[in-house]
Unconditional design. Structure first.
Length: 168
């Protein structure tokens, strides 16, 4: 996955939100490299969200903090308005749980995130190593998390999500 050090190539993504005013269906097609939308879910959430894939692993330093087998992990979704990465638990039927708007508390910093996704019609295991300063995993008691970016000395975010995936 692209690195923040390749920021020149992805400057427009760091300057703003690449999904500002984009419909969730169009955002899905861009994030999934042309795939058509298969399922949609109505959930209570602070903003429209699009599933990037399914969480495979979170790393904290060199230690695996959390890991899941394929088809068994929570959803990894991108908030359309915030460009934040959300980790959303599943109900027993496999559908996503609601996403609370507030009440999150910091849990730990995250140095890497892996996920399963089908981009461009191909099932692939993606991995991303975050760069310093690392984002913080924010936890809600109702089984929902998001990755809060750190901010650089120039005020820019430590990570963004765009069509290439997670950057930074």
């Amino acid at each position: 996955m692209p690195k923040r050090s390749e920021r020149q190539e992805y400057a427009s993504s760091f300057d703003g939100n690449p999904y500002n005013n984009v419909s969730p269906k169009a955002m899905y097609k861009r994030l999934r490299w042309g795939n058509k939308v298969v399922d949609t879910f109505n959930i209570d959430a602070p903003e429209p969200m699009v599933v990037l894939g399914e969480l495979a692993k979170l790393r904290r330093g060199k230690t695996t903090f959390w890991s899941f087998e394929e088809n068994n992990g929570p959803f990894l979704a991108v908030g359309r308005d915030s460009n934040l990465l959300y980790i959303i638990s599943r109900h027993e039927d496999g559908s996503p749980c609601n996403v609370p708007s507030n009440g999150y508390k910091p849990l730990c910093v995250i140095t890497g995130i892996d996920y399963y996704s089908d981009k461009g019609g191909e099932d692939i295991y993606y991995f991303h190593n975050h760069e310093k300063p690392y984002p913080t995993l924010m936890q809600h008691s109702k089984g929902c998390w998001y990755l809060k970016p750190s901010y650089l000395s120039d005020g820019g975010r430590s990570y963004v999500v765009d069509d290439a995936g997670i950057i930074g």
